[in-house]
Design a binder for this molecule. Structure first.
Ligand SMILES: *[C@@H]1O[C@H](CO)[C@@H](O)[C@H](O)[C@H]1NC(C)=O
Length: 479
């Protein structure tokens, strides 16, 4: 959170009592980005090497960055110090340490107007240790500078949760194909690696094209690292639209259809086809590095060309309820089974009158509950409850640990304990609503190995261009 100087508590000298006084540094800039000798900025009366300014902000923070707005003869700051709550001065930065200049607009003259930003390696600390599942970095100026996010594990080691090398993968190996137009040009091998045709729309030797024009074409390929598949991007560069199914070969040894369509299409432009939204709601996550595309060329009636395929995945498994173990009560057709699978009411807010796709209790009291089972146990990282009517009635989320005990993951008030499980219980209180509280779905996020053992694999990674992102939202990866 950014703060501006609220009070000056000391200074070496000032050029005037009002104009050019130390008080001129209080608040937001009123000179910057202009470069000029201006009475609304502090200027010293004494020209020597011992000038200083000491000032306060409204409230203390773990200091991560100090921006100094230098508007005339910039570059004179030689140290930035911080008076720690421990009562000690800490030098955050001093010359000749590394520093950066960010120019605003075009630099004027020799100095230009510049914002001096001293950046140092400063760790941030949170009040409570948790199993880290997500870190949001709110970048408010020249966003995109974060190059890695690391976490100091209780085991005493630094774990890189995220780095600019993102965990997206390009095809590493072709396993099988229906036909190929040539052994080199237009071969199945042309789908390997990053796109080399896209964004051009053209018949290119650098993309795969089939030899046979029918509805049974396919490509089967592998990526370096297995992940819970969250998205597959197909780079279609000629007669786009011919993909009719995307399948994933799960570690369990079965093919899972991630997406399919009864009817293909043909488009005269290049596209990145990624129909992930339709399968993230499916019940069974697919843990794999092995993908198959089924391709139908009959609508195009000519070559459908594919340039590359990109796999997105997570080390975190996401599951929807597979089985209802027990419940307190159920309201007619709003039975407990309505909670199975992905949401079918959310994001509507609607009562049982209009919708029968969510669970509602028959008894309106504080002792309602649902006991739910997911396909396989995980180290629970997150439980998302989709409340679609009189939301807010969940008073506790519990988890039946493999050790045989119930652990309260969340309750009002909150608590957090790790739990390895696939059984979740919701305790629900309908008394505040004085009516039915309806629940549409429950989504479980978790990992199959504990975070302490987490180790990130970096194979076949590609640099992502995400300079303009204002919020870097990071899903931490574990092995
Ligand atoms: C490749 O696909 C063909 C056609 O489906 C099939 O007959 C063959 O067994 C496959 N080969 C391998 C190695 O999977």
């Amino acid at each position: 959170e950014e703060q501006w100087v609220s009070e000056v508590i000391g200074y070496s000298s000032q050029y005037g009592r009002y104009k050019w006084s130390a008080k001129q540094i209080q608040g937001a800039p009123d000179v910057y980005p202009r470069y000029q000798d201006d009475k609304r900025a502090w200027a010293p009366d004494v020209i020597d090497e011992n000038q200083f300014l000491e000032f306060e902000f409204d409230y203390p923070v773990y200091v991560t960055k100090v921006d100094v707005y230098e508007t005339f003869n910039a570059g004179g700051v030689k140290a930035i110090k911080c008076f720690d709550v421990s009562g000690m001065w800490i030098t955050l930065w001093s010359t000749p340490q590394q520093f950066y200049y960010y120019y605003s607009g075009s630099a004027v003259g020799r100095w230009g107007d510049k914002l001096f930003v001293a950046v140092w390696d400063r760790r941030v600390q949170f009040a409570t240790a948790v199993y880290v599942t997500k870190i949001d970095v709110f970048e408010t100026f020249n966003a995109g500078g974060v190059k890695a996010i690391k976490c100091f594990d209780v085991s005493g080691t630094w774990i890189t949760l995220w780095s600019t090398l993102q965990a997206v993968q390009w095809v590493a190996e072709v396993i099988n194909y229906s036909s190929q137009y040539g052994p080199y040009k237009w071969s199945a091998q042309q789908i390997l690696g990053a796109p080399d045709v896209y964004p051009r729309y053209e018949d290119s030797i650098s993309a795969w094209a089939p030899k046979v024009i029918d509805e049974n074409q396919f490509l089967e390929f592998k990526f370096a690292t297995s992940v819970y598949v969250t998205q597959v991007d197909v780079y279609e560069t000629f007669n786009a639209g011919g993909v009719k199914a995307i399948k994933c070969f799960d570690v369990s040894g079965t093919w899972i259809t991630l997406w399919s369509t009864p009817e293909v299409d043909v488009k005269d432009y290049a596209q990145i086809f990624s129909p992930y939204r339709q399968w993230w709601e499916s019940m069974m996550p697919c843990f794999s590095n092995h993908i198959r595309l089924d391709i139908d060329c009959t609508v195009a009636n000519t070559w459908v060309e594919i340039d590359a395929v990109r796999l997105h995945g997570s080390k975190e498994a996401v599951q929807w309820v597979a089985e209802v173990i027990n419940y307190s009560s159920q309201y007619y057709s709003n039975d407990a089974q309505q909670i199975l699978g992905g949401p079918d009411v959310y994001n509507l807010y609607t009562s049982s009158g209009q919708s029968i796709k969510a669970w509602a209790p028959d008894v309106i009291d504080e002792n309602q509950f649902l006991e739910l089972k997911f396909a396989f146990p995980v180290n629970v990282a997150k439980v998302a409850v989709y409340e679609t009517f009189n939301a807010g009635g969940v008073k506790a989320i519990k988890c039946f640990d493999v050790s045989g005990t119930w652990i309260t993951l969340w309750s009002t008030p909150k608590s957090t304990v790790p739990c390895f499980s696939n059984i979740i219980r919701l305790d629900i209180d309908c008394t505040a609503a004085k009516s039915r509280v309806e629940i549409d779905a429950v989504r479980l996020h978790g990992y199959q190995k504990s975070w302490g053992l987490a180790k990130r694999e970096h194979v076949n990674e590609e640099l992502e261009e995400e300079e303009d992102k204002a919020v870097t939202s990071v899903e931490a990866a574990a092995a």
